[in-house]
Write a protein that binds this ligand. Structure first.
Ligand code: TXA
Ligand code: MG
Length: 346
């Protein structure tokens, strides 16, 4: 466990970064902060190192990983035939919460791509992540540093809850910023396609490359379509108690809560301060995820909120819903997965 300075890690936390980078060079796995969520990093060029990631997370082997780089020159050993749209997106959004799916080159561990011909790559906008990539001299394969199925970690404590004793170390750079994972965009298609909504919004992408498609599987409530991003087919982000998305007014939320309490349920509520203030019902465990006019804060608090219920005795969780514009698209995508698409509508 290394506590490091998140602004200038190489200046103020050099020994810690050196030690963590040393373990990465020895093909060990180390968790580290990025601006989205904590990642579980390993040498992307080593089969042995990458397999340790899958083992630690209990991740299905058909779900490929994102490779993290700190400078553009690293791309040459990873991908080939980078299309023009991808160049534009890199220029506009890197470093930042955008992952690009590109044609892969030989040499990258086959386990990183789970046998696919494409590779997902991103340049994180976090000084600690970049210091580790630079100091180790390696491209780092890194999924979110949670056990498979659980909400992604936004603090080192979340990583510890899930993975302590399973990994070589955790670099603690405090809470992450965005709080939801990067947007994944497939640039190998004619029109770039969003495979996973995230920190960079569709609206922002379209300003740079024009029309952007969205994988139709993301709209499918019953998950009939096979998503192009293998990870999107798995249950995800789920607390222990079942989650229901309650769509409607605050008074409808209150009725829904009372109805469940009459049936003997211990109710958890995940909602904005605005909604919580309007709920008069007692004996609920209410967790705030910010205010309803600030979706960026809701994004940053969402996973911590979902995880917090696991430390309570609630047996059902009702969550507020959000508009699907801007970062709201990513928030609703994660909430729908946490809820298994269970809605209660006014
Ligand atoms: O913000 C993030 O992206 C975080 C931080 C740590 O960088 N990482 C992250 O990784 O969320 P992970 O492994 O939890 O999610 C990666 C997603 C999965 O849905 C996976 O299926 C998809 O990216 N993916 C990876 N490689 C792909 C590829 N070649 N084609 C399509 N989807 C891919
Ligand atoms: Mg993940």
């Amino acid at each position: 466990f290394w506590a490091v300075d998140k602004e200038e890690p190489l200046k103020h936390s050099y020994p810690q970064i050196m030690e963590a980078a040393g373990l990465l060079k020895e093909n060990e796995v180390v968790a580290f902060p990025t601006e989205t969520v904590y990642g579980l990093g390993a040498n992307a060029l080593s089969d042995q190192a990458v397999l340790k990631i899958f083992e630690a997370k209990g991740r299905p082997s058909d779900n490929p990983l994102i490779v993290h780089i700190s400078k553009l020159e690293q791309l040459t050993e990873l991908v080939d035939n980078v299309p023009e749209s991808a160049h534009k997106l890199m220029e506009a959004f890197w470093p930042g919460p955008l992952t690009l799916v590109l044609p892969k080159k030989e040499g990258v561990s086959q386990y990183v791509t789970a046998g696919l011909e494409t590779l997902a790559v991103r340049m994180p906008d976090h000084a600690v992540a970049r210091a580790l990539i630079e100091t180790s001299g390696l491209p780092l394969a890194a999924p979110s540093a949670n056990l498979s199925g659980k909400p992604s970690p936004t603090t080192a404590k979340h990583v510890e809850e899930d993975l302590i004793h399973r990994i070589a170390g955790i670099v603690d750079g405090g809470a992450t910023g965005v709080g939801l994972e990067s947007t994944v965009v497939d640039c190998t298609a004619e029109t770039p396609m969003i495979l996973r909504p995230g920190g960079v919004t569709k609206e922002e992408l379209e300003k740079v490359v024009g029309k952007v498609d969205v994988d139709p599987a993301l709209f499918s409530q019953v998950e009939l379509h096979k998503p192009k991003s293998p990870g999107m087919k798995y249950t995800h982000y789920a607390p222990i108690a079942p989650v229901y998305l309650v769509e409607g007014s605050a008074s409808f939320m209150e009725q829904t809560i009372k109805g469940a309490q009459l049936k003997g349920h211990k109710v958890g509520l995940l909602a904005t301060d605005n909604t919580i203030a309007q709920i008069q019902t007692t004996e609920i465990t209410a967790i705030s995820c910010g205010t309803n006019n600030d979706l960026a804060t809701v994004a940053s608090k969402l996973y911590d909120g979902l995880r917090t219920f696991n430390a309570t005795d609630v047996d059902v969780i009702f969550s507020e819903t959000f508009p699907r514009t801007g970062v709201g698209a990513a928030i609703m995508n994660r909430l729908e997965k946490a809820a298994g698409h269970k809605f209660i509508k006014e």
